[in-house]
Write a protein that binds this ligand. Structure first.
Ligand code: B1M
Length: 483
């Protein structure tokens, strides 16, 4: 959740999935416990009358309600989600009567099966994310059907008037919440009219025997309407009225048993680090083993530069490729970066002064107004792992600080990252500042981040763009003429 990221810092949370998973689990439980205490106190203040809660996603429920989410879900594997997220989301669903999970972006979609396993979860809100069509697009019909078939309601976001009828025709109306953006009153009325058409039709009668339901309608029903009607009748027959709030007292916390504990370093039986090659140790994200292997390679007579070029850089490329192919996740990339860094420390004193020690120098930062730093840090760590000297100047960086950093460090490349459509435009301001200061031609500019595109990069006059940490290295190498 956002709270975990804010308290500990995202990188630390992600690294702890590998380094100290038990501590992370314990902390997640602590946060959940505090969350419930605060929730109850706030609920008593905001509720009106006996039962009422209102949550961030413009939703109301006749009782305790909450929106749930996990911001790190997009960065971790399914196994890690089941261990570090699912049990805590489950506990929230059990203790809060009405719950709506914010499924954020295509990268989080792989966790849907784990979410659908949470019996007490009521609804899933789908947010497609940057660069994807919004919630009314046919692209998401199958996803909505999967969620509805899994027994949850859905919330489709930013559905347009034109998309409304096709959406309801394809997924029906049962369990469907709509969030729409309107520009004027007429659009609101039109949407209400369309939704009204899909409501229960008057004058429908039915009779049934043990195995046949006969429905009489004044006008023919469309297939989805017939389905809705049949479901309604079956519910009535079975006495299954509307879903009732889940009592918080009735339900107890449950944990998923049998999830294996990950070792923090790969160990031999006698507790000494396994002898690995530098390459394997970095790919495994094992800093101790990477340092030991580097020391051994030096003892065996290998030159520092050969170890870097022959093993370290190719190991980082391997992990980067796995990440790009969806076979490794952010924690693995961070661990590999750390392993590489600690091994590199050993070589640094032997390299100082040699020009060939680095491929090039880079200043990197996330632009002003933007606090997202995980993607930027991954790019930094990949660049570093692949032989660049990297000066990471952090997040929320104003143009003046970029200018100062360039003056001070004289890098070959200035790297800018932005994750918000509202902040990416600031990259242009930075480039303008470089021009005003007369240093634009002294440095190549490379940009990236989820909302940024090749087209945008060209439009603002950047020299390079990449959409992920792995290809960022290739682009950077090209920019410094190393490829
Ligand atoms: Co925010 N957030 N967030 N968030 N957040 C997004 C980005 C968003 C898409 C969520 C959504 O609506 N679906 C949305 C942006 C929408 C938009 O602009 N169109 C959003 C929003 C709206 C917000 C807030 C405004 C929310 C609010 O408060 N109402 C707020 C803004 C705060 C601010 O910056 N001023 C906010 C806050 C946060 C947290 C602080 C909670 C947290 C950030 C923690 C941190 O970074 N320390 C956070 C997170 C984690 C996310 C999501 C969930 C994940 C982003 C991420 O780290 N991805 C994200 C939704 C999502 O993606 N599902 C979301 C993993 C990372 C490895 O990928 O950063 O894309 P990424 O980096 C990639 C590539 O883009 C590329 O390489 C990386 C690795 O392959 N790359 C480069 C990145 N930089 C590059 C530079 C290069 C080259 C390649 O060259 C220089």
């Amino acid at each position: 959740r956002s709270s975990d990221l804010a308290i500990k810092g995202t990188d630390k949370v992600l690294l702890d999935t590998v380094i100290q998973p038990d501590v992370l689990e314990h902390q997640m439980q602590q946060i959940n416990d505090i969350y419930f205490r605060v929730y109850d106190e706030l609920y008593d203040i905001v509720r009106e009358g006996d039962e009422m809660a209102f949550c961030y996603f413009s939703s109301w429920a006749p009782g305790r309600m909450s929106k749930l989410q996990s911001d790190i879900s997009t960065m971790i594997s399914e196994a890690d989600y089941r261990r570090f997220v699912q049990p805590f989301i489950r506990e929230q669903c059990q203790k809060i009567d009405y719950t709506l999970y914010h499924l954020d972006g295509v990268g989080a979609m792989r966790h849907l099966p784990a979410l659908l396993e949470i019996e007490e979860l009521n609804a899933i809100q789908w947010t497609p994310g940057v660069g994807e069509p919004q919630g009314g697009s046919p692209k998401w019909y199958d996803l909505y059907r999967r969620i509805l078939n899994g027994g949850k309601s859905i919330m489709a976001c930013w559905v347009t008037i034109d998309e409304l009828r096709p959406l309801l025709d394809n997924i029906g109306t049962d369990g469907v919440h709509l969030e729409m953006d309107f520009h004027n009153e007429a659009e609101v009325e039109e949407a209400m009219k369309i939704v009204d058409e899909y409501r229960e039709r008057p004058g429908i009668a039915h009779e049934y025997t043990d195995d046949v339901i006969r429905i009489d309608t004044p006008t023919p029903l469309r297939p989805f309407e017939a389905n809705l009607e049949i479901n309604r009748i079956i519910s009535k027959i079975e006495g299954d009225e509307e879903r009732r709030p889940i009592s918080s007292q009735r339900l107890k916390t449950s944990r998923i048993p049998g999830v294996p504990v990950k070792p923090s370093v790969i160990q031999a039986k006698d507790d000494t680090p396994v002898a690995m090659s530098v390459f394997d140790a970095i790919v495994a994200g094992n800093g101790d083993a990477a340092t030991a292997a580097t020391r051994k390679a030096l003892d065996d007579g290998h030159k520092p530069q050969d170890i870097i070029n022959g093993q370290m850089i190719s190991a980082m490329s391997e992990v980067g490729q796995r990440f790009q192919d969806g076979k490794a996740y952010v924690p693995q990339l961070l661990m590999a970066g750390r392993a590489m860094k600690s091994a590199l420390e050993l070589l640094k004193p032997m390299l100082s002064g040699t020009k060939s020690a680095t491929v090039g120098k880079v200043v990197i930062g996330t632009v002003k107004g933007d606090l997202h730093d995980i993607g930027k840090n991954l790019v930094a760590s990949m660049l570093e792992g692949c032989g660049f000297e990297v000066i990471n100047i952090g997040i929320d960086v104003p143009a003046s600080d970029f200018v100062d950093a360039i003056r001070e460090n004289e890098p070959d490349i200035l790297c800018m990252s932005a994750l918000l459509t509202t902040t990416m435009t600031y990259m242009k301001d930075v480039i303008s500042a470089l021009e005003e200061e007369g240093i634009r031609d002294k440095v190549k500019v490379m940009v990236g981040g989820a909302p940024v595109s090749q087209h945008f990069a060209e439009e603002i006059g950047a020299d390079g763009y990449s959409d992920n940490a792995n290809s960022a290295v290739k682009v950077a190498r090209k920019l410094v003429g190393a490829e």
